[in-house]
Design a protein around this ligand. Structure first.
Ligand code: BGC
Length: 348
């Protein structure tokens, strides 16, 4: 069968290769791959900046944003052939740290976790794949065309969970959220904000293409001015940062309301120094009880929350987030980022 593979840390090594058909181990399911989403992490892996091949091999099957249909499932599992399914990305450290031992592998403390398509485990960008039922999530059959958005939705479900846990340290009744970046993570974070009944503002640099209209269709406000203008007017209780752009990250930290919470979800590039007044920012954080919290990955409870959020969302709005769908053999085009892209999907 065909799989999209890469040699981690070797730039430009992505190749479609013939690999052996997977055979499910005891208790595992065999899945017919339908689609994988392409994200910034995949592009970093292909650029040779990130990623680990499975032990003893030099190539990794890419793909962590999965969608498939169950072909075979163990009779004692809660899955049956034909079910729409998504595979979880992370597995706990085999010698679990405290967090992994408590099912919170998204909070792994010792870095010993593994991740499908990213770290030490083959991903889901292959015509067939296997998965343990305990690390698979069943999706509403109506989500067949958009279910590939499940993994990024799990990431924002975790971000919201973190924000709400931080908020609960004291009285917390947020009314307004600002999301910086109208990519898939930003737009899905905005969706979950609207589902919480909040006044949602989304900031991005583009003024044309699909993003402004997609934000408005959600009932949220789209801005392309400076972050300072938006925060002065909207006074967000919460900022979800989804650009990873250093200057935006710092401005987000410096512009919340008192008792503000900034959740960073974008992975910033390293080595691009900017000059900032950390004293002023730290002073505001102390005097306003502000919090900056980083959030990555998602555990099973976040996948369950994401499945619920997607089932509740308008499937037509979700479909607007997928701006390009390409067959697997056109992977090179999918890996190129275009300015008008929201989510690019490879069909398997
Ligand atoms: C994935 C996460 C993963 C992270 C770091 C992200 O793109 O969505 O699941 O933990 O990369 O590897």
């Amino acid at each position: 069968m065909r799989a999209l593979t890469v040699q981690p840390l070797k730039p430009g090594s992505a190749e479609l290769r013939d690999v052996p058909e997977p055979s499910p181990g005891p208790g595992e399911m065999l899945v017919d791959g339908l689609a994988v989403g392409v994200c910034g992490t995949d592009r970093e892996i292909v650029a040779g900046e990130y990623g680990w091949a499975p032990a003893g091999r030099d190539r990794l099957v890419l793909g962590h944003e999965s969608l498939g249909r169950v072909l075979t499932a163990p009779p004692d599992s809660s899955f049956a052939p034909g079910d729409l399914v998504v595979g979880v990305v992370r597995r706990p450290d085999p010698e679990p740290c405290g967090a992994c031992a408590h099912g919170e592998f998204d909070m792994c403390r010792n870095g010993g976790y593994t991740e499908r398509g990213i770290k030490d485990l083959d991903g889901y960008a292959s015509e067939h794949w296997t998965v343990e039922p305990g690390y698979a999530v069943k999706l509403d059959p109506r989500l067949e065309h958009v279910g590939v958005l499940m993994e990024p939705t799990s990431v924002v479900a975790k971000a919201w969970d973190q924000i709400e846990r931080v908020g609960r340290r004291s009285w917390f009744e947020p009314r307004c959220v600002l999301v910086t970046g109208a990519g898939p993570i930003g737009l899905l974070a905005a969706l979950l904000g609207v589902q919480r009944g909040l006044d949602v503002h989304v900031l991005d640099v583009v003024t044309d293409g699909p993003k402004p209209e997609v934000v408005r269709a959600l009932g949220a406000h789209y801005h392309s001015s400076g972050i300072g203008d938006v925060t002065a007017r909207a006074k967000p209780d919460v900022i979800i940062e989804a650009t990873g752009v250093s200057a935006v990250v710092f401005e987000a930290m410096a512009s919340t309301a008192a008792y503000g919470i900034v959740c960073l979800t974008g992975v910033s590039p390293v080595g691009r120094a900017i000059s900032v007044d950390l004293g002023a920012a730290g002073r505001d954080m102390v005097l306003e009880n502000d919090v900056v919290v980083g959030s990555v990955n998602a555990n099973l409870s976040h996948y369950a929350a994401a499945a619920g959020a997607l089932a509740e969302a308008d499937p037509e709005w979700l479909a607007r987030l997928i701006t390009r769908r390409l067959p697997l053999d056109r992977y090179a085009e999918a890996l190129e980022a275009h300015p008008a892209d929201i989510k690019v999907v490879l069909e398997l």
